[in-house]
Design a protein around this ligand. Structure first.
Ligand code: ZN
Length: 395
């Protein structure tokens, strides 16, 4: 399954209702999260979904602002939380975390009703807000069950529905490729191709730096500062949109071209956790900036890998993840492995056989070979050796 996301255009009155729904969903989520966090072994079981729903009914009778909101949106927020808990217990997802204001704004609607207006516009029924217009940037899936409405930091509204990934049309090529995911948001293939993730253009990046300096000078809580924040958020949203488009394009292209795609099994989750917060509050220091770059790169990789796997699964392409240890130091031709083989960031020159190549292409070729070795063994990937921690690339 994948998400289809459409830009939503509420009128001002509807927008106020949507904001209220977000507020309700976030507050309730955090309240039941706190309740679940307070539970300790030995106490009586923490409340399940039925008990939480009953508590909500009581709270709605006692608290006017809660009663003013939509009960179906509020009930759904509790169901979402219940599902998040189950996913965590099942080990498929991370532990549910706090939803922060301005950062995780959204709510879910059940039993979605959609009306098409024409080929370009449609409406979705949101509780209390009625029919809200959205742009049909792509065809709607045949059946829409649930929808999630979100507001991003740039103030834009979207509605997402889940849909089956349409199969990628391809013919078998017999080709295998390894992909090296670089630190500066680049993808290098073992065939020698390199793609750079598009970011902001030079004038846009300059403007962003100017705005960030201005934002830092402006008084906390002032209107001007909020306006500056919004412009910064819009620039960042543009950057993120470009990156998403690039990921779609490249993943389709690679899945069409190769039967086997080997990628590094990077601990993206750890990288994201260690850089948490820096995306939204980038500091001035070098460390903060590096953290930010890592976080952005990790987000991009996680998305790229997910889309690659989703598309590959529709058309019989195999994606195999291999431990990244030593891929940057090992000679793809003779196997000699030592730090000195990597002459510089860009140049690989084997001390044993003299093989010279672009460092990332050499690494990608090792990843391809490791992936094919894993498949030859029946798909069982070896654990990364302990010494992997000393590898400058893995570290
Ligand atoms: Zn060599």
């Amino acid at each position: 399954m994948m998400a289809h996301r459409y830009r939503l255009y509420p009128d001002p009155a509807q927008q106020a209702i949507l904001v209220h729904h977000c507020w309700d969903a976030r507050t309730l989520w955090n309240a039941v999260l706190e309740q679940a966090n307070c539970w300790r072994p030995g106490r009586k079981p923490s409340p399940g979904n039925a008990e939480r729903q009953r508590q909500l009914t009581e709270a709605r009778a006692a608290i006017p602002w809660l009663a003013a909101g939509s009960s179906s949106v509020q009930q759904q927020a509790l169901r979402d939380f219940d599902q998040a808990l189950r996913h965590w217990w099942a080990g498929t997802h991370r532990r549910p975390t706090w939803r922060r204001r301005g950062q995780h704004e959204g709510f879910c609607i059940r039993d979605v009703t959609v009306h098409g207006l024409n080929g370009t516009w449609a409406t979705v029924v949101v509780p209390k807000a009625g029919r809200v217009r959205f742009r049909l940037s792509r065809r709607l899936p045949a059946a829409v069950g649930m929808a999630r409405v979100t507001q991003d930091r740039a103030g834009r509204w979207h509605v997402s529905v889940s849909a089956a990934q349409p199969p990628v049309v391809r013919v078998a090529t017999g080709g295998a490729v390894g992909l090296d995911l670089g630190v500066i948001a680049t993808v290098t293939s073992s065939a020698g191709a390199q793609w750079h993730t598009p970011g902001l253009r030079v004038p846009e990046a300059q403007r962003l730096r100017r705005l960030q300096r201005r934002w830092a000078r402006q008084a906390t809580g002032s209107r001007r500062r909020e306006r500056t924040r919004l412009v910064i958020a819009r620039l960042r949203a543009r950057e993120a949109d470009r990156r998403r488009d690039a990921v779609e394009w490249l993943s389709t292209r690679l899945v069409r071209q190769y039967d086997v795609i080997a990628i590094e099994d990077l601990p993206v989750r750890n990288m994201l956790a260690s850089a948490a917060g820096t995306v939204d509050q980038p500091g001035h220091g070098v460390a903060a900036k590096r953290g930010l770059n890592r976080a952005i790169a990790a987000q991009g990789w996680a998305l790229f890998r997910r889309r690659l796997q989703q598309k590959a699964a529709t058309c019989g392409v195999t994606v195999v993840a291999v431990p990244p240890a030593y891929t940057s130091q090992r000679c793809a031709r003779c196997g000699d492995t030592r730090p000195a083989n990597r002459e510089s960031q860009a140049v690989f020159r084997c001390r044993a056989c003299g093989h010279a190549a672009h460092a990332d292409v050499n690494a990608a070729d090792n990843i391809r070979a490791a992936g094919q070795a894993v498949l030859a063994r029946g798909g069982i990937s070896p654990r990364a050796p302990r010494e992997a921690r000393t590898d400058p690339v893995a570290a």
